[in-house]
Design a protein around this ligand. Structure first.
Ligand code: UDP
Ligand code: MG
Length: 318
């Protein structure tokens, strides 16, 4: 007998918050698919601080199948936190994430697995081409959100935020998701240097039990998170490049305006400088320019102190 822990082929990470009714059916379905294809697998259920009976259900399921593991958060931290915890625990060569509410179908797993292992994808995102959610509050906003994200990030996916995704092992160990950044995992992966990102049309189903956990706040939070990600990935290590440039341009513009006004005051007779709107514009842009510059300096001081300022992802060594 060997004591080596075998790495499973597939880790299935399931973040969940108050989904007690769905769990037994979901795990039974996953088990069926895994056994049909003879995969070695683990199911990692991350209970994001549920206050229904989800955790007891997970403990029961885990007792009945050694491939099922559970983690329970002390309180509700959000889907990103739950995913991050699952990524930390995952051992499998391919990591699949899916929602717990039976909206994603486990039947998609084998094909997703093949795309990672045989076709060389780093990340494959599901695409809910035909979607069974409310048209007005989900489908339409999601179309707009996806096209904005596509344009800003350059990641050409139709459905960034599909819960059903497959990752190469290295990807989940390299990226970090927090806040509400689960919406942008493909963008984060791309910026971490994983280039082969694909998508697969997946079957989507109506929510069977319970209610959606995301309300209207997701529009604002989602947008702010996108801006943060863009900013951090481009200028996180060199904030002065952004603030310094903007600050210098503004200051220079203000300085030229002030110079011109001073000249006019001295050499063009009877000139009431402070009555011209231009005066205020010059003043404003010099002050704002200086402030942006200072913000850049402070940013530099902060990044110098950050513990991961010299953290790089090494792909290979020879
Ligand atoms: N979820 C979570 N923590 C939260 C909110 C949601 O783990 O704070 C889980 C939820 O239980 C589900 C998945 O994230 O498994 C997707 O949530 P939901 O189905 O409510 O989103 P929707 O499909 O409506 O966009
Ligand atoms: Mg759902």
């Amino acid at each position: 007998m060997t004591l080596l822990i075998e790495k499973p082929q597939i880790s299935i990470v399931i973040p969940l918050y108050n989904e007690e009714e769905s769990l037994p059916e979901l795990t039974a379905w996953i088990e069926k698919v895994m056994n049909q294809h003879n995969y070695t697998y683990e199911i990692i259920m991350v209970d994001d601080g549920s206050n229904d009976d989800s955790w007891n259900v997970i403990k029961k399921l885990s007792a009945g199948n050694k491939n099922i593991r559970g983690v329970k958060f002390r309180r509700n931290y959000g889907k990103s936190a739950a995913l991050n915890k699952g990524f930390e625990k995952a051992l499998g060569n391919v990591v699949i994430t899916m929602d717990a509410d039976l909206q994603d179908s486990p039947d998609e797993i084998p094909e997703l697995y093949d795309m990672i292992t045989n076709e060389g994808y780093d990340l494959v995102s599901g695409w809910k081409k035909k979607r069974y959610d409310s048209k007005l509050t989900k489908n339409l906003p999601s179309k707009i959100y996806n096209s904005v994200t596509r344009r800003l990030s350059g990641v050409k996916l139709h459905d960034m935020n599909c819960g059903l995704k497959a990752y190469r092992h290295d990807v989940v160990k390299a990226i970090e998701v927090y806040g509400e950044m689960h919406r942008y995992i493909p963008v984060i992966a791309k910026w971490a240097g994983f280039k082969k990102i694909g998508e697969k049309v997946v079957v989507h189903r109506k929510r069977q039990f319970g209610v959606t956990k995301f309300g209207w706040e997701r529009f604002i939070n989602g947008f702010l998170d996108l801006i943060s990600i863009m900013f951090v990935s481009r200028f996180g290590r060199k904030p002065m490049h952004l603030f310094g440039t903007l600050g210098s341009i503004l200051f220079l513009a203000g300085f030229i305006i002030a110079g011109y006004l001073a000249y006019a005051k001295l050499f063009l007779a009877g000139y009431r400088m402070t009555e011209r709107p231009l005066f205020y514009l010059g003043l404003l842009s010099m002050i704002l320019g200086t402030q942006l510059f200072v913000a850049g300096f402070l940013g530099e001081l902060i990044t110098r102190n950050s513990s991961d300022r010299n953290h790089y992802l090494v792909e290979e060594e020879a």
